[in-house]
Design a protein around this ligand. Sequence first.
Ligand SMILES: Nc1nc2c(ncn2[C@@H]2O[C@H](COP(=O)(O)OP(=O)(O)O)[C@@H](O)[C@H]2O)c(=O)[nH]1
Ligand SMILES: [Mg+2]
Length: 248
Amino acid sequence: MLNKKKLVVILPAYNAAKTLEKTWQEIPFEYVDDIVLVDDASRDNTVEEAERLGIKTIVHTDNRGYGGNQKTCYRAALGLGADIVIMLHPDYQYTPRLITAMAAMIAWGEFDAVLASRILGRGALKGGMPLYKYIANRFLTFTENLLLGQKLSEYHTGYRAFSREVLERLPLEQNSDDFVFDNQMLAQITWFNFRIGEVSCPTRYFPEASSINFRRSVVYGLGVLKTALQFRFCKMGMAESSLFTPRQ
Ligand SMILES: Nc1nc2c(ncn2[C@@H]2O[C@H](COP(=O)(O)OP(=O)(O)O)[C@@H](O)[C@H]2O)c(=O)[nH]1
Ligand SMILES: [Mg+2]
């Protein structure tokens, strides 16, 4: 609990057996009320590891994708009565030690969503982010800031916090089941005029922490541009999209 708000951590997992325990060990249990892992039909023993650690686990029998995984995560967290939900990748890429700071920015009502940015504080390249991902991140961020009218340092981090109100309000079921889900969510948060805060976050790149290859990154990047354009056209009244409904 933080300010009497129930804090739930969700772990969208896919082949996270090797990194789950390390991630779990750094979770600040004095503030976190519940942890839920959703396994998206991993091919390793993620589920056994989660059960060994005593983590509440939901299993997809078929692979639904990263976005499909998160849909299950948020439904489960809301079902547990969460007031604040932290989405954290169980691949040990981001330190769970920022959970308290991120949740605090929501718990006292200052922000509705918080992103742990790898770009603020210059840690991304030092942490080993491949140069092509860094350049793509900067280009996509610049374009999205223009089209969404935001001023964020990045839109592509896998470490995020949301208030219950945000999760109840966004039409998340309309989103993609693939990686662009994350990006659609930020566009929707902007659409509904929720306040987004950022904290700087160190990142680590090592084989188990990063499996997305160049081809999938390109698909993601194109999806990001499409989302931002959809947002702008909907904002100007030139298009309709179930992602951005009702109109604001
Ligand atoms: N549900 C699901 N998650 C996936 C899949 N592929 C990767 N992920 C997860 O998506 C997240 C981001 O992928 P990752 O390879 O770490 O990307 P990167 O760190 O941005 O290079 C990680 O938490 C992965 O476990 C998949 O097919 N299904
Ligand atoms: Mg990763």
